[in-house]
Design a protein around this ligand. Sequence first.
Ligand SMILES: Nc1nc2c(c(=O)[nH]1)N[C@H]1C(S)=C(S)[C@@H](COP(=O)(O)OP(=O)(O)OC[C@H]3O[C@@H](n4cnc5c(=O)[nH]c(N)nc54)[C@H](O)[C@@H]3O)O[C@H]1N2
Ligand SMILES: Nc1nc2c(c(=O)[nH]1)N[C@H]1C(S)=C(S)[C@@H](COP(=O)(O)OP(=O)(O)OC[C@H]3O[C@@H](n4cnc5c(=O)[nH]c(N)nc54)[C@H](O)[C@@H]3O)O[C@H]1N2
Ligand SMILES: [Mo]
Length: 764
Amino acid sequence: MQHPIRFYKKSAGGLGSLHGTAKALRSNGALPALKVLPRLNQPLGVDCPGCAYPDSPKDKAVDFCEQGAWAVAHETTPRRAPPEFFAAHTLAQLRQRSEAELEGFGRLTAPMLYDGASDTYREVAWEQAFQLAAQALRSLDSPQRAVFYASGRSSNEAAFPYQLFARAFGTNNMPDSSNYCHESSGMALGSTLGVGKATITREDFEHAEAIFVFGQNPGTNHPRMLGDLREAALRGCRVVVFNPMIEPGLRSFADPQSAKETLTGHGARIATDYFQVRVGGDLAALTGMAKAVLEAEAAGGKVLDHEFIARHTSGFEAFAATVQAQPWEQVEADSGLSRAQIEQAAAVYITAKASIATWCMGLTQHEYAVETIQALVNLMLLRGNVGRPGAGLMPVRGHSNVQGDRTVGVTNRPKQEWLDGLQRVFGFTPPAAHGLDAVAAIKGIMDGSVHAFLGLGGNFAVAGPDTPRVLQAMEKLQLTVHIATKLNRTHLHPGRVGLLLPCLGRTERDEQPGGPQFVSVEDTASMVHASTGRGEPASAKLRSEPHIVTELARATLGESAIPWQAMGSEYATTRSLIEQVARTAVAGFEQYNERIAQPRGFYLPNSARNRDWRTASGKAQFTALELPRDTIMRRARAQYGEQVLCLATVRAHRQYNTTVYRDSTGEVDRYRGVHHTRKVLFIGAASMAKLGLRDGQLVDIHAAAPDGIARQCNGYQLVQYDVPEGDVFGYFPELTPLISPDLMARGSKTPAFKEVPVLLKPAE
Ligand SMILES: Nc1nc2c(c(=O)[nH]1)N[C@H]1C(S)=C(S)[C@@H](COP(=O)(O)OP(=O)(O)OC[C@H]3O[C@@H](n4cnc5c(=O)[nH]c(N)nc54)[C@H](O)[C@@H]3O)O[C@H]1N2
Ligand SMILES: Nc1nc2c(c(=O)[nH]1)N[C@H]1C(S)=C(S)[C@@H](COP(=O)(O)OP(=O)(O)OC[C@H]3O[C@@H](n4cnc5c(=O)[nH]c(N)nc54)[C@H](O)[C@@H]3O)O[C@H]1N2
Ligand SMILES: [Mo]
């Protein structure tokens, strides 16, 4: 068997990215995508449907990346999955196909209804589709039987009527992709700084003296961020990385827009310091850094910002006492880093006049995720690194509008001010009780208490834990409605009434009775800006997301004081309604329609950035955190033995979440060097030696789950890689079936996708 790894020796970016961009275009018929790319992330252009990284504040001729090109090319693909395609394939047959094949069938073209007798989806008229969904919803014995899932790809103009629909129907059951993603960040920042969003803008990168990057692989998932890190590194800023894997994309980066770097393949060094913390070890590492900072202060170093701490924070004494009580031995054991390494990181932090901390899924998808991010906030507060130029915290969001969706009300835990705003503007009393989050929805689907599922985008069951079980349970639902651009596995398990409703993509022209429409999105630095699709729609039968959502609502709830039809046909109406609801709930939406027309849109002010702390104490809150003894891995090892490994599921270069791309050259994960197969497991030499396994060997992976249920993924090839002992890494979504829904973050309930206890056995 061929070894799938060819180690990547060049800088990330550079020619590889240019080739990758060209491949994206070639594999999908270049023309439509080529029309879109020059307008990507440009003022008044199209917002990239890839990640939520902010657009350049300066005018840049090119402000998209290779990964954006793949996202766009896959949306503008010439391939189609029309009704004839569905007539020729039963769902049983389609279920045999891989994620990449399902995606590869192309764009959906017509509304489809599941027909159980033939086990196929068949075309249905739009009007009938709306009526069928409405009947099924109205016949539920309680609105709480329905869940309204949202993936973070839809615009504000679709998300707002969607949450209004759920609440007017009578439920806050709005699980969303944030529950799977940055929920832990929102909670930790909310409890400590009073606002669950980034406190910095893209300009702040120009003023930082140190940037700490935790649990993030920007070379693959936020490539435009590498440009900012590169510029920072070139002007002498320290870039300190905490990541158990050596990610080549974080080591050095050749700017594809620099001819010299591209031609030589030698880019700029990115990480000045790289710490291979153990998976789940960041809380200990951050505790250690705080200890080192406090020790430096005690030694007379004058490193704390006393004025800031006194004036702006609360809880310092309890925090400091708790940090000092955590023994260095435990800090070292839990983090996998030596005291000297941690002191080195602390020294960088102490020396820098302004520090930024960014993070992504490496911090959020753990049992102690919320606590870990609170520990990061603690560290930043020690030197007043919030609310001044070049300093602050930034959770780097995933989906391009996941932050905007939350801002306009998509959440299972709405704030009372938001509900009051809905009541004031629309005159109904929205439900106050919190609804189901994603894991609770999964459990409800499995235990039969949920009867209807609606999805505004996304691939709910494949993106969440215990996929095979959840998919099976979805077939027992009374109703499934998926608003989608492409086919995916969740669609292949319809309920009794099963609807698949195809929508326009963001790059496509949206003509409504009110004229051509544009939508708006919010990036991870809180810039709200317009996105105007101009491409030819993939099919004449496609409807826009706002139209589909509002017609579903109108059919279900009838005519009411809520102007559904206007919101579905003239999005300025929606924006003005958002502005009205936001007036007493979210700052910064004044004159939404006027200001969205500005070239780069407008910034939603962040109270913490202004050192206005909307917390219980009215101050920025230090959190006293002990290092946990009771952890997923300790419990699993107590139950299953010391051979249990910790699996972190991550993304490869050629995928967008559950969408796996096929690359004609066999490239799977460029920077990590993987080719031709996704069935690999990255493992350290020491772990292999301990378990009597060897590089290249095939293994079966068994979950060591707390609920004792057997879960298994077979035939994975071991790849020796520089990762800490006891930790292994593999790709989602393939390995998600190993994850029990009981593995989740305390507080945020985000699945612990990066902390999955597993056992390896030589393949049978
Ligand atoms: N091209 C592309 N772009 C994307 C996406 C995509 O799939 N493809 N997805 C989008 C979405 S929704 C999101 S949320 C983001 C995700 O962006 P990332 O968070 O960068 O994605 P992951 O692959 O989950 O990578 C997590 C990183 O965390 C590290 N890690 C794992 N466990 C730990 C740990 O315990 N501690 C630390 N310090 N590090 C750890 C891994 O080694 C890896 O480098 O990307 C967005 N952008
Ligand atoms: N094991 C493991 N699981 C994870 C993660 C992990 O790191 N490890 N990461 C988690 C994270 S961070 C996230 S955000 C979730 C993602 O979870 P989701 O957001 O649910 O999943 P996606 O794969 O992004 O959704 C892809 C589908 O969205 C639809 N789609 C694409 N574009 C559009 C559009 O413009 N409109 C509409 N209506 N539909 C569209 C297509 O049908 C496509 O198949 O996955 C989570 N799951
Ligand atoms: Mo995400």
